[in-house]
Ligand binder design. Structure first.
Ligand code: NDP
Length: 309
C-alpha cells in the first residue's frame, strides 16, 4: 500500500492535517494510535476551542473533527505506528499489525501522555486508586477523599471535576502558587471541598491493595520541613505530559525533553518529507486550537513539498 501522505495520530493536530490533506487531494491515510481521538477524549468540557460559544465535550469535538476529515475522504484506520524507515524513499512505515505502508510524506501528530512522579507506589497501586484521568475514574470516588497532584490547568480541571463527586479533594502543589490560568484558579479557590496543600511533595503512597493515604513532606529541605499523612482513596496525577516520541529515537531530531524539533518557522523536521504537528512538537502552548493550527500548517507544508518534488 502506498500513500502520498501518512498522518500518525488522531488528536486535533492529526485530524486537522487530515482535513487539509484530503482537500488538497493527497488522499491521506491516518493511523489513530493507542487513544483514538487523543487526550480530549478524556476531558469533560472544552470551553476555549473557537466556534463553540457554549463549550463542547471533548469526545464530541473529536468525533466532529473525525467526521469532517472523513467527509473529504481521509482514510482513518486503527493501529499504532511502531517504526519509520527514514532512510528509504518513499518512507517505509510499520504498523503494530505488522503491515507496512509506503508514504511520500509523513505528518507526526502523536501528542503527549501523562507523566508520573516516579514513585514505586504509583506503579504498584496503578488502577487501585492511582489514576491520571479524573473523568475516566472519578465515578469510583463518589463521597470519598481524593488528591490531585500538580498546580497547572490540568490539575485544576481534574480537581474541579472530582469536587462534584468526592467529599474532599486535596491538591498537592510543590510550589507556593498555582501555575494554572487565573480563571481556573478562581474556580478552585471558590470550591469549599477543595483544599490546596502548597509547598508539598508526595514521598509515599499508603495502602497494600488500594490507596489509603499519602505521606507528604511540606517545605522539603528547609527549617520548616514537616512530614504528615493525608487519608485518601484516590490519587490523581496531573503533573504535565511527555511527548510520544519513543519510536522516533535516533531517527528524527528531538530536543532534550523528547519533543520533535521543527525548523524555519514551519512544521518541517530534520528529515525532508517528515513534518510534525501538535503537542508532540510543541512543549510551549499545548492547546487544542494551537495543535489544530499546526496540523493545518503541516498539511500545507506536505502539499508544498510534494508539489516541488
Ligand atoms: P503544566 O506543565 O502546565 O503544569 C504541570 C504542573 O505539575 C505544575 O504545577 C508543575 O509544578 C507540576 N509538576 C510537574 N512535575 C512535578 C513533580 N515531579 N512533582 C510535583 N509537581 C509537579 O501541565 P498541564 O498538564 O496542567 O497543562 C499543559 C498545558 O495544557 C498548559 O499549557 C495548560 O494551560 C494547557 N491546558 C489548558 C486547559 C484549559 O485551558 N482548560 C486544560 C488543561 C491543560 P511547577 O509549577 O512547580 O512546575
Amino acid at each position: 500500500m502506498k500513500t502520498k501522505c501518512l498522518i500518525i495520530g488522531s488528536g486535533p493536530a492529526g485530524y486537522t492535517a487530515a482535513i487539509y490533506a484530503s482537500r488538497a487531494n493527497l488522499s491521506p491515510v491516518l493511523y489513530s494510535g493507542n487513544q483514538p481521538g487523543g487526550q480530549l477524549t478524556i476531558t469533560t468540557e472544552v470551553e476555549n476551542f473557537p466556534g463553540y460559544p457554549e463549550g463542547i465535550s471533548g469526545p464530541e469535538l473529536m468525533d466532529d473533527l473525525q467526521r469532517q476529515a472523513q467527509r473529504f475522504g481521509a482514510d482513518i484506520r486503527d493501529g499504532l505506528v511502531t517504526n519509520i524507515d527514514v532512510e528509504s524513499r518513499p518512507f517505509k512505515v510499520t504498523i503494530d499489525s505488522g503491515d507496512q505502508i509506503e508514504a511520500e510524506t509523513v505528518i507526526i501528530a502523536t501528542g503527549a501522555s501523562a507523566r508520573f512522579l516516579g514513585l514505586d507506589d504509583e506503579r504498584r497501586l496503578w488502577g487501585m486508586g492511582v489514576s491520571a484521568c479524573a473523568t475516566c475514574d472519578g465515578f469510583f470516588y463518589r463521597k470519598k477523599r481524593v488528591a490531585v497532584v500538580g498546580g497547572g490547568d490540568t490539575a485544576c480541571e481534574e480537581a474541579l471535576y472530582l469536587s462534584n463527586l468526592a467529599s474532599k479533594v486535596y491538591m498537592i502543589v510543590r510550589k507556593d502558587y498555582l501555575r494554572a490560568s487565573k480563571v481556573m484558579q478562581a474556580r478552585v479557590f471558590e470550591k469549599e471541598n477543595i483544599e490546596v496543600l502548597f509547598n508539598c511533595n508526595t514521598v509515599e503512597l499508603l495502602g497494600e491493595e488500594f490507596v489509603e493515604g499519602a505521606h507528604l513532606v511540606e517545605h522539603k529541605g528547609t527549617d520548616l520541613e514537616r512530614h504528615f499523612n493525608i487519608e485518601i482513596d484516590g490519587f490523581f496525577l496531573a503533573i504535565g505530559h511527555q511527548p510520544n516520541t519513543s519510536f522516533l529515537q535516533g531517527k528524527v531530531e528531538l530536543d532534550e525533553a523528547g519533543y520533535i524539533k521543527t525548523f524555519g518557522g514551519t512544521t518541517a523536521t530534520n528529515i525532508e518529507g517528515i513534518f510534525a504537528a501538535g503537542d508532540v512538537a510543541d512543549p510551549r502552548y499545548q492547546q487544542a486550537v494551537s495543535a489544530a493550527g499546526m496540523g493545518c500548517r503541516a498539511a500545507l507544508d506536505a502539499e508544498k513539498f510534494l508539489a516541488q518534488k
